[in-house]
Ligand binder design. Structure first.
Ligand code: ATP
Ligand code: MG
Length: 422
């Protein structure tokens, strides 16, 4: 039988260098912005009990109905690869009693899994950076977390527009649901199949359907903003005042509803050009009821998640790829005696914090080729005879810098040349 080669699961991507370098760079710059807002990292498992997501996200949402990777483990327990991060974070905080009397600000980064139709900007394993603020009911938390989201996108060099809406409380939303249904029912025949199906279950989702004919009907629908309870309306005004004070521009999108059930009051999205209908790079909202719904203490909360792949796709649209930085030094051995000397020296330099790659034994030609491929800043080729006397040559690969001297002096020469330690 012919051997077939195996490939990655559809919609799940490998990330190889130099692309992985771009990921690290982005993660690094995000982490420093997060630190400016006092956020600490939380790491939770990728797999949770399936019941967590059904309870947190809502049984009638697209995610729970058709996008989850759910399987029975060997004990017969139903487990699910996390489709989003908030549910697991809330579960963990409740489990560790980390919410009582505290106002944690947490972030997570990592893979999420949804069984969607793969296309540009939409994958089955994708990566999110998520941020959650707990314990603050007022609009100040909404304003601050939106300011943080603006700064994250700015740090990545992504121009995007902020859209804002308020979903009110579950009570005011229930009233609006009836008003909306009364408007939508007579149009049911003109709605797309998905919307016809979710009309009675989750009519608000019709409002943000991406199909043109549904959007046309949605434009004429009564607006949720006109049916807010007074506290939600005041909260929405207070948020806008704070955004204006910080000079953060926004547009109100009365049809922004978000796909998850747990949102209360504020919802927001940042939308960028250049990714078509996958243009939403960051989305979030307030979820005051979720912690109690999952068995924790009554705790207001707000959060968002940003799609790493979409940010990186936009970066490669707008920026020439930055030249990847290789190690500081390439040490090539021309023969066996030189190889052990080179290995020894490389370990010594690494102990001092320098990045070094070693190669050989090999011909001058092959070592030079390898040195170039390594993208190291400096290179040295060493033969056994260089160990007993004579000078070696340290050469800058891209520039003109060079140094000649005895092998024993190499570490000092590197330090004088200002090669980064580390
Ligand atoms: P969409 O409307 O694009 O399906 P969503 O409302 O399902 O998005 P959220 O659950 O709010 O998305 O996730 C937040 C962010 O994560 C999105 O704005 C997007 O940038 C990213 N994201 C969501 N699903 C995917 C996916 N399948 N592949 C890549 N990125 C995704
Ligand atoms: Mg989705």
């Amino acid at each position: 039988m012919a051997k077939t080669t195996l490939s990655a699961v559809r919609g799940m991507n490998d990330i190889l260098p130099p692309e992985s370098g771009a990921w690290q760079q982005l993660e690094q710059s995000f982490r420093s912005v997060l630190a400016q807002y006092g956020c600490a990292e939380i790491r939770v498992p990728i797999v949770e009990q399936s019941a967590l997501f059904a309870r947190a996200i809502g049984d009638v949402t697209d995610i729970v109905q058709k996008e989850m990777y759910t399987f029975a483990d060997r004990n017969g327990d139903s487990l699910t690869l996390r489709p989003e991060g908030t549910a697991g974070v809330v579960r963990a905080l409740i489990e560790h009693g980390a919410l009582r009397g505290q106002t944690p600000r947490l972030y997570y980064m990592g893979p999420m899994f949804r069984h969607e139709r793969p296309q540009r900007g939409r994958y089955r394993q994708f990566h999110q950076l998520g941020v959650e603020f707990f314990g603050i009911a007022g609009a100040s938390a909404d304003a601050e977390i939106i300011a943080l989201s603006a700064r994250l996108l700015a740090s990545a060099g992504i121009p995007a527009q902020l859209q804002l809406n308020s979903l009110g409380t579950p009570e005011s939303r229930a009233g609006y649901r009836e008003i909306l249904l009364a408007y939508l029912r007579p149009h049911a025949q003109q709605l797309c199949n998905d919307c016809q199906e979710r009309l009675e279950r989750n009519p608000l989702r019709v409002l943000d359907c991406k199909i043109a004919s549904c959007q046309e009907i949605a434009r004429g629908a009564p607006q949720l903003l006109q049916h807010l309870d007074p506290e939600s309306a005041a909260h929405f005004v207070a948020l806008q005042e704070l955004l204006q004070a910080m000079d953060i521009a926004y547009t109100i999108n009365p049809r922004l509803v978000r796909g998850l059930d747990y949102y209360h009051r504020t919802v927001f999205e940042w939308v960028a050009d250049g990714l078509g209908s996958q243009g939403t790079v960051l989305a979030g909202g307030r979820y005051d009821g979720l912690v109690a719904q999952l068995g924790g203490p009554e705790t207001p909360a707000i959060g968002f998640a940003l799609g790493m792949e979409r940010i990186l796709a936009l970066r490669s649209l707008t920026q020439a790829s930055e030249s990847s930085t290789g190690p500081a030094l390439f040490l090539g051995a021309l023969d066996e005696p030189a190889l052990s000397a080179v290995f020894q020296r490389a370990e010594e330099l690494r102990s001092q914090g320098l990045s070094v790659v070693v190669a050989g034994p090999g011909s001058v030609k092959s070592l030079l080729k390898q040195a170039q491929r390594s993208a190291a800043r400096y290179q040295v080729l060493l033969g056994g005879s260089d160990l007993t006397g004579g000078d070696i040559l340290l050469k800058e690969q891209e520039g003109q810098g060079e140094w000649r001297g005895p092998w024993a002096e190499l570490p000092r020469a590197l330090a004088t040349l200002g090669v980064d330690f580390p």
